[in-house]
Design a protein around this ligand. Structure first.
Ligand code: GUN
Length: 231
C-alpha cells in the first residue's frame, strides 16, 4: 500500500540491527548520534581555518532571534571537542557519514547555524524541513517542506540536498525500508554523507523544543510531528 501519512511514525524501532547493518556500522566505525541514527566524522579542514561567521550579534547568525527557548546539545560519545566554547574560528568544512537504521530510524528535529550539503549513498528516507530562518514570527505560519531521498531520481527522489543554516531538519526511514533485507539486496536503512560549511561545532547546533514547534507550525501540525521532537 502507498505511504500516505507523511508525518506519522511509520514503525517502531527494532530491538536490534540486522547483520548487514551491524557490519556496516563496524566497518565505518559509526557512533550513536544524539539526534538519532549513527555518524562518524570523516574529514575536518584543519589546514583551512576561517574566522567564525556566527559570533554573537552578527546579522548572519540565524539563531540571533530565539536562542532562549532552545536546548543545546551537550556531548557526543567519541567526540573530544570542547562544548560551549566561544571560539573565534571555524574549520572551513567538516564531513560525516550519517546512517538511519531499523534500530535508530529517525533523526530528531534540530538546526545548525552552518549550511549542510547532503549526499546520498544507500537506501531511502524522508526529510522534513521547517523554514524557521525565513519565518516572520506569526504563530503557526512557518513553511514546512518534505521530500524523499533515494536513487529514484525519475520519481522525484533526491541524491543531493542542501539545508541552509537556521532551518530545522528531521529525517526518518520509510515503511519497508527498515526491515531486514536478504544479503545481496543491501543494507537496511539510509546512508548519506553531510558536508557542513563552515565546519560543525556543538555551539552552532540546537534541538527543537515542543513549545517552539507549536509556535512555528501550530498545534495540529505539531501533534503530527511530535514524535520527531527530541526528548
Ligand atoms: N552533524 C553534522 N556534522 C557533524 C559533526 O561533525 N559532528 C557531529 N557531532 N554532528 C554532526
Amino acid at each position: 500500500m502507498a505511504f500516505q501519512l507523511k508525518y506519522t511514525q511509520p514503525f517502531p524501532p527494532t530491538p536490534s540491527e540486522s547483520a548487514a547493518t551491524t557490519s556496516l556500522i563496524s566497518s565505518l566505525k559509526l557512533l550513536s548520534h544524539p539526534e538519532g541514527g549513527y555518524f562518524v566524522q570523516t574529514d575536518k579542514s584543519y589546514n583551512h581555518i576561517i574566522p567564525n561567521p556566527f559570533l554573537t550579534s552578527s546579522p548572519r547568525d540565524p539563531f540571533a532571534q530565539d536562542t532562549s527557548t532552545n536546548t543545546k546539545i551537550t556531548a557526543v560519545a567519541g567526540d573530544t571537542r570542547a562544548v560551549g566554547e566561544k571560539d573565534e574560528t571555524r574549520a572551513a568544512s567538516t564531513t560525516i557519514f550519517y546512517l538511519l537504521s531499523s534500530m535508530s530510524p529517525k533523526g530528531h528535529f534540530h538546526r545548525n547555524k552552518a549550511r549542510t550539503m547532503h549526499l546520498h549513498h544507500r537506501g531511502r528516507a524522508r526529510y522534513v524541513i521547517l523554514h524557521a530562518d525565513e519565518w516572520d514570527g506569526t504563530p503557526g505560519t512557518c513553511r514546512i517542506e518534505d521530500w524523499v531521498v533515494g536513487e529514484n531520481v525519475e520519481g522525484g527522489e533526491r541524491l543531493q540536498w542542501m539545508v541552509e543554516g537556521g532551518k530545522y531538519k528531521a529525517s526518518y526511514l520509510l515503511p519497508g525500508d527498515a526491515e531486514e533485507k536478504e544479503s545481496g539486496e543491501g543494507v537496511a536503512g539510509c546512508l548519506i554523507s553531510e558536508v557542513v560549511v563552515p565546519g560543525f561545532e556543538f555551539t552552532d547546533h540546537d534541538f527543537l523544543t515542543w513549545d517552539r514547534l507549536v509556535l512555528l507550525v501550530g498545534e495540529k501540525s505539531a501533534e503530527e510531528m511530535k514524535w520527531l521532537v527530541h526528548k
